[in-house]
Design a protein around this ligand. Structure first.
Ligand code: ARG
Length: 582
């Protein structure tokens, strides 16, 4: 929690000590009734109950000591023993000036120093990047930035779905259409082939290839054979597959760049596959793999389970390795390459059972040390405006790029008419901000409906509102600079609106920590809205640049600068860029 709050909590603990109560920890919280105080301490009631004492009496004894603290201007007892705390001016002034000098005091947490590997919900090669892929990349990107802000190291992997039977199907479809391609000749050995294949071709091919295979057992068998050969490095199939991966990756990179999302590693299931044999051999040596109906399985039930826990299928009855085995191989690979404290997975919450099985198998077989922690960060679905899975007008899945274009168009309509250059580029930045904020606002596991009007509303709880307000703060600061008015310290908190903003800022560190613990950005989104709203109310209520009292003017501007910097910092954690104007 906030260093200043923490210091005060420690002092309250000391006061309780002198009264004869030994406590490990004291927590104070923002007040439920701000008219009575800034924060409150609710710990007296349970303490008195434990000691068979009158809580109001204990509270009054404590208050007598707290009243002597310079951090507090006012302390009072309410109801059955609540203690209301009102901070002194100097307490708030010092905190704001510290934040103004170095914002990271609200973020860095020396007690959490970890290296965290992030596995995103991997787009599939040759397949359209659809709205379902947005959440994984968006949540993953923001969590990565949050980890870094706190002080953790991260390694992020896009984890492409680039391996498996669909690859055989796509290659088979290409082979059917262009049987004379050099890739399919007996004597092909990896030389370059003049074959023009685009991402659009792949997007057209993929659904046809998969539905043909599903409809016809013979085609499916052929695709399976091709996939088998591909996985055993058949020169032609392998070269064609590399080309397919390259085309897809280029397209995915282009889209992710637009979305301000990046990865340290562009690995895929195929990279982990190189470790499969090694990993399987290790598992067999542990005697935990058994046969069941022709499949090789690992029983991962635990005594404490009160739910059905099916065994993990490692090798399917047809001899193919399973999705679970692929993830175990990826864990094997990562554990050998990096020194990790945790591995986080950001995928649709419907994959929870899969990951529970994988994590258990990894720990029970000791593929990784028991100290390596696995975290499954499942998320809910973004549905269409009607609350049903998102579809295009003709009933297909909505490509992510179409969604982006749609929102960009809407944002461009709302741009100021006097912006004449780069309108599309600016609208794109705002659109990405609007989509991302709307996506991070609900708790991670909550489903939500896409609503373009709501998400881009300039007056709502939206990314657009936050961007607009933050740009306005900046322009105020620029004007002050032009008029040579300084804003490097705050000296006065007599204005109740100013006080309220600083008190709200005190809670930030706790929110950051909780967001990290919950692996969800919702509280940060709420906080950004709250603080921006408080600031905007102050902005409309008081004149700043024309304030005649210089001390007040400097203080107001210093506050503006802190909120502006902090908004930029928080928007950056959310992966949202701020345009120059809008
Ligand atoms: N590519 C998979 C899909 O689209 C998701 C991969 C999720 N990550 C993982 N490590 N299994 O369904």
């Amino acid at each position: 929690m906030n260093y200043k709050i923490k210091l005060l909590e420690d002092k309250i603990k000391e006061a309780l000590n002198t009264l004869g109560y030994m406590l490990d920890e004291v927590t104070i919280n923002p007040s439920n009734r701000p008219e009575l105080g800034d924060y409150q301490f609710n710990g007296v009631m349970p303490l008195a109950k434990k000691n068979n004492q009158n809580p109001v009496e204990v509270a009054h004894n404590l208050v007598a000591i707290l009243k002597t603290y310079p951090e507090l201007k006012d302390v009072s007892v309410a109801g059955p023993g609540f203690i209301n705390l009102t901070f002194s001016d100097s307490f708030l002034i010092d905190f704001l000036n510290d934040s103004l000098k170095d914002l990271t005091i609200n973020y860095k947490d020396e007690t959490i120093k970890k290296t965290i590997f992030l596995d995103y919900g991997g787009p599939n090669v040759a397949k359209v990047l659809h709205v379902g892929h947005l959440r994984s990349a968006n949540i993953g990107e923001a969590l990565k930035r949050l980890c870094n802000a706190i002080g953790c190291k991260t390694i992020s992997d896009v984890h492409l779905g680039d391996w498996g039977r669909p690859m055989g199907m796509v290659i088979l479809e290409i082979k059917t259409r262009y049987p004379d391609l050099a890739y399919f000749k007996e004597d092909y050995h990896g030389e370059p082939v003049d074959f023009n294949l685009t991402n659009d071709d792949l997007l057209e091919l993929y659904p046809i290839a998969t539905s043909k295979a599903k409809a016809d057992e013979k085609i499916m068998a052929e695709a399976r054979d091709i996939n088998y050969d591909l996985q055993h490095k058949h020169p032609g199939y392998y070269a064609l597959w590399q080309k397919i991966v390259e085309i897809s990756v280029n397209e995915v990179q282009r889209l992710y760049q637009d979305l301000n999302i990046s990865f340290d590693l562009w690995e895929g299931e195929s990279d982990s596959f190189a470790y499969m044999d090694e990993m399987l051999e290790f598992l067999y040596s542990k005697n935990i793999v058994t046969e069941s109906e022709g499949a090789k399985v690992i029983n991962i039930k635990e005594e404490t389970d009160n739910k059905e826990m099916p065994p993990l299928i490692l090798i399917k009855s047809n001899g193919a390795v399973s999705y679970e085995a692929t993830d175990l191989a990826a864990i094997w690979e990562r554990n050998h390459k990096f020194k990790l404290d945790e591995i986080w997975y950001m995928t649709d919450k419907r994959q929870e059972l899969h990951f529970t099985q994988v994590f258990r198998a990894a720990h029970q077989s000791a593929i990784v040390s028991p100290n390596l922690k696995f975290v499954f960060n499942g998320f809910g679905t973004m549905n269409g405006p009607d609350g049903k899975p998102f579809k295009t007008r003709d009933g297909g899945v909505m490509p992510l790029s179409d969604l982006l274009d749609m929102v960009t168009g809407e944002c461009e309509k709302r741009l100021m008419p006097n912006i004449t250059t780069n309108r599309e580029k600016i609208a794109r930045i705002i659109a990405v901000g609007a989509i991302k904020y709307a996506d991070l606002l609900p708790f991670r596991t909550t489903d939500y409906n896409f609503d373009i009007a709501k998400f881009t509303d300039l007056n709502g709880k939206t990314g657009t509102y936050l961007l607009y307000s933050t740009i306005r703060m900046k322009s105020l600061l620029t004007k002050a600079q032009q008029e040579n008015i300084s804003f490097d310290y705050l000296k006065d908190v007599s204005n109740p609106s100013v006080r309220k903003i600083i008190v709200a800022m005190l809670d930030l560190k706790r929110i950051i920590k909780r967001s990290f613990e919950n692996c969800s950005l919702n509280e940060i989104c709420e906080y950004l809205y709250k603080i921006t709203n408080l600031y905007n109310n102050f902005y409309s209520e008081y004149k700043i640049l024309t304030e005649e009292n210089n001390l007040l003017k400097t203080s107001y501007l210093s506050l503006t600068k802190t909120i502006y910097d902090n908004n930029c910092y928080l928007l950056n954690i959310l992966g949202i860029n701020i345009p120059e104007k809008m």
